[in-house]
Design a protein around this ligand. Structure first.
Ligand SMILES: Cc1cc2nc3c(=O)[nH]c(=O)nc-3n(C[C@H](O)[C@H](O)[C@H](O)COP(=O)(O)OP(=O)(O)OC[C@H]3O[C@@H](n4cnc5c(N)ncnc54)[C@H](O)[C@@H]3O)c2cc1C
Length: 307
């Protein structure tokens, strides 16, 4: 909850920061669902961001970081706090050198994958077809069967909740299945270690991975990709993937309101016309209960839910 008797004018008084009030968040997410952000800020640079963060910290306003909204489900009631998106060109810079590439948090990941191939560098083809910004992909350690972003990260620039900027070197970074040990509020940029390679062969690999994804997943539907993580420990006689568990539980095609378990990939919960966030949440809960009842396995959500 935002502090009582405080409005955004008070929060940002004296700062040269542009903000908007009651901004609908649905258009910023792949689900296209959810209510408004009480305050939304698109900082122009790191020093503006730092000033905003310091104020939010001092006045105890909750801060939410928005990437491309490909893994976000926003509550129907919206978000009672400050939503910050790093989409200014300042946060979208990319720099190549012979064995490294540095990309700002706001860079579009699918475009970066192609740009890297054109530059004759290999190492992030496994991210082909994953909608994300660099910041969101690092936060989630995005990836799949072909690898994840963490494996090619050399260092990450972060900003903490007091607005302090630092670099975290790969020696003290841990990337696990869809998570990292980065506790700072913002990822500002990431530096990747890459290997020189013939651009045509990198492009061919990207295409191959994209085709694989396209064949098995409903990429055009409104969703957040996989709704649940694959369970880490399962008995030998039980399917290993969340999708298989949901499928075997007979839930493909199951619908609550406008939310539906995809017929193509059971771990995709899609939002059809008229769906609300409550529909998606109710379906996620139902899936969790049915899978637990049938297999004794508690599925963990991969989707991030705000608030
Ligand atoms: C069709 C489809 C297919 C998908 N396939 C895959 C897949 O194969 N593999 C996979 O891993 N994921 C997949 N996803 C999920 C999604 O693409 C990833 O989770 C991605 O990393 C989300 O990035 P984003 O920028 O959209 O982050 P958002 O969804 O905006 O945010 C996700 C989380 O990251 C945080 N965050 C965002 N930016 C920053 C930042 N700069 N600093 C700190 N925190 C930040 C947010 O606060 C939030 O907690 C898929 C999603 C869709 C819609």
């Amino acid at each position: 909850m935002t502090p009582e008797n405080q409005n955004a004018d008070h929060l940002f008084g004296g700062l040269n920061v542009k903000y908007e009030l009651d901004v609908p968040l649905a258009p910023f997410t792949w689900y296209g669902l959810g209510g408004p952000a009480k305050v939304m800020v698109h900082p122009s640079n790191k020093s503006d961001l730092s000033a905003v963060i310091k104020r939010c910290w001092q006045d105890q306003w909750p801060v939410y970081v928005l990437g491309s909204g490909a893994n976000l489900l926003v509550a129907d009631s919206g978000v009672d706090g400050v939503v910050i998106q790093l989409d200014d060109p300042e946060f979208k810079q990319v720099e190549f050198n012979p064995s490294h590439m540095t990309a700002g948090a706001g860079v579009d990941l699918p475009q970066l994958v192609l740009q890297t191939a054109r530059a004759g560098l290999e190492g992030i083809e496994c991210l082909s077809g994953i909608p994300a910004t660099v910041g969101g992909a690092v936060r989630m350690n995005a990836g799949g069967v072909f690898g994840d972003i963490g494996k090619s990260i050399h260092q990450v620039q972060v900003m903490d909740d007091r607005g302090m900027v630092s670099w975290r070197h790969h020696d003290n970074l841990k990337f696990n299945y869809r998570k990292t040990n980065i506790s700072e509020l913002f990822i500002l940029a990431a530096q990747f270690t890459l290997t020189p390679q013939d651009p045509q062969s990198v492009k061919a690999r990207i295409k191959e991975i994209f085709q694989f994804k396209k064949k098995s997943q409903p990429l055009a539907a409104n969703s957040c990709g996989c709704a649940f993580k694959n369970p880490l420990k399962v008995p030998a006689d039980v399917p290993k993937s969340a999708g298989m568990l949901i499928d075997r539980a007979g839930l493909k095609g199951h619908q609550i309101g406008g939310a539906k378990v995809s017929d193509q990939h059971a771990n995709f919960v899609i939002a059809n016309d008229g769906a609300s966030t409550s529909d998606v949440l109710a379906l996620l809960e139902h899936i969790g209960e049915v899978v637990y009842k049938q297999f004794g396995i508690r599925l963990e959500r991969e989707i991030v839910v705000w608030p």
